[in-house]
Structures are given as structure tokens and as C-alpha cells.
Design a protein around this ligand. Structure first.
Ligand SMILES: Nc1ncnc2c1ncn2[C@@H]1O[C@H](COP(=O)(O)OP(=O)(O)OP(=O)(O)O)[C@@H](O)[C@H]1O
Ligand SMILES: [Mg+2]
Length: 232
């Protein structure tokens, strides 16, 4: 079943007299349970695509149907709901709140879900245990390694049980061993929890080894679409 259907999606940025076609006529589907990697050189439109799926930015034309609902027709409030509950974004630079502990960072994401405070603490603890950080609950981001900080960001992204994780270069700031651990964690979440993943990565080998599909962008267009045969 398709969780996400993207059709004829385009995004034009206008800066003064310059027009940038960041995405041009993008069409593809993502099935429930898939692990899709988006690859392509710098400036090819990868983050733009992820941000549109995540509801952080709006399309110029085309459609993004998520779970049967078209993001491009949503009201602001519906889009806010989509960002909070349907998807979980993960960034290269972690984007954690510096003066808050790992536990508090995850608990903050649960604030909007209407869960009572004591349950938020319990759920945040569970989420951090799931990513292997039960011994680091009270560390602040600066007191964590890069790999640990990214695990906190992943726990936070999972807080409201999103159907889809959207990691943008999640291993870009990590050494290769730590990067592999983060990829293994994402793969485990995909396989054992059934979380659908659409991930931007520079690492072609990683993409091929864990993904069910690899989409290569070039100048805002799909240059290549491969099914790797990797079981989702
Ligand atoms: N907010 C914006 N305003 C204007 N132009 C933008 C904006 N965001 C991105 N662009 C342009 O759109 C194009 C695609 O950018 P995007 O960030 O999607 O690339 P990317 O594939 O993620 O690159 P990288 O691998 O370097 O992260 C680039 O040419 C960029 O300069
Ligand atoms: Mg990018």
C-alpha cells in the first residue's frame, strides 16, 4: 500500500531576478514499510524534497498525498498536525535544544500530544532506551558524542509515533563506524517497528545496502530510480 504518492511535484525558489527550479516534475510512490534513499550531488534538490514531504515548505505545483491526504491542499493547522504526528524529521546537525537534557528534548516533542506530564517522562525514557541511551537521560547535547546526540534526535523524531521518518544526511557529521551504527538503528526501526523511512544520504554504498529503493536526483529531476531487491 502506498503511504506516500508524489506526482508532478515542482518547487521554484525566486530570489530577486533569479529563479531556481529546485524540483521539476517529480513523481514516485513510497509503500508502507519501505526504506527509500534519496541520493544526488549537492544542490540537486534532496533537502527541498524532504522538506516538502515533512510539511516544512510548500510546493509550487503538483501533489503530495500522505496517507490519502494531499499536503498541497492542507490548511496551515492541518499541516502543523502533519509535522507533529505523521512524520519525524532528523537532521545532520541534530538540532537539539542545547540547555535541555536528552530526556527533556524528547519530552518537549510529546508536549503537543495531550499526554500528561508523568507519562511523557515515562514514554521519553522508553524512547531513549529504544535507541540505546538509557544511561544518558540527563546529559545535555554538549555532553553527548555525535552518535549519541543523533540517537536523541531519532528518539525525539519517534516521539509521536510517526508513520514516516525523514532523516536528512543523518550521518553527515559522524565518523564511519558511528555512522554505520546510526544506519543500523534506522534499519532496525524500519524492520522491527515497521517505520517507513525516506532518507537523504551522500553515501551511495549505505543507500544500496539498506534501502528498498534508491532515487537519484540530478538538477531537481529523478535521474534514476532503482529497486535494490533489499526486503523492506
Ligand atoms: N530557501 C531557499 N531559497 C532559495 N533557494 C533555495 C532555498 N533552498 C534551496 N534553494 C536552492 O535550491 C536548490 C536545491 O537545494 P537543496 O538544499 O534541496 O539541495 P541538496 O540536494 O539538499 O544539497 P546538499 O547535498 O548540499 O544538501 C539549490 O540550488 C539551492 O540553492
Ligand atoms: Mg541538503
Amino acid at each position: 500500500m502506498s503511504l506516500l504518492q508524489i506526482s508532478q511535484l515542482s518547487k521554484i525558489y525566486r530570489k530577486g531576478d533569479i529563479q531556481i527550479d529546485a524540483l521539476k516534475d517529480i513523481t514516485f510512490n513510497v509503500n508502507q514499510g519501505a526504506f527509500v534513499s534519496i541520493v544526488g550531488r549537492s544542490g540537486s534538490g534532496k533537502s527541498t524534497l524532504l522538506n516538502l514531504i515533512g510539511g516544512l515548505d510548500t510546493a509550487t505545483s503538483g501533489h503530495i498525498i500522505f496517507n490519502g491526504k494531499d499536503l498541497t491542499r492542507m490548511k496551515r493547522s492541518e499541516l502543523a498536525q502533519h509535522r507533529r504526528f505523521s512524520v519525524g524529521m532528523v537532521f545532520q546537525s541534530f538540532n537539539l535544544i542545547p540547555h535541555r537534557s536528552a530526556l527533556e528534548n524528547v519530552m518537549l516533542a510529546l508536549t503537543f500530544g495531550g499526554i500528561p506530564r508523568f507519562q511523557r517522562r515515562e514514554r521519553a525514557t522508553q524512547l531513549l532506551s529504544r535507541v540505546g541511551l538509557e544511561q544518558r537521560l540527563h546529559h545535555k547535547p554538549a555532553e553527548l558524542s555525535g552518535g549519541e546526540a543523533q540517537r536523541v534526535a531519532i528518539a525525539r523524531a519517534l516521539a509521536n509515533s510517526p508513520a514516516m521518518l525523514l532523516p536528512d544526511e543523518p550521518t553527515g557529521n559522524l565518523d564511519s563506524t558511528t555512522a554505520r551504527e546510526i544506519i543500523n538503528l534506522l534499519q532496525d526501526l524500519n524492520r522491527s517497528q515497521g517505520v517507513t523511512i525516506v532518507m537523504v544520504t551522500h553515501e551511495q554504498d549505505v543507500a544500496i545496502s539498506v534501502s528498498s529503493e534508491v532515487i537519484r536526483l540530478l538538477d531537481g529531476q529523478i535521474e534514476q530510480y532503482d529497486q535494490t531487491g533489499e526486503a523492506p
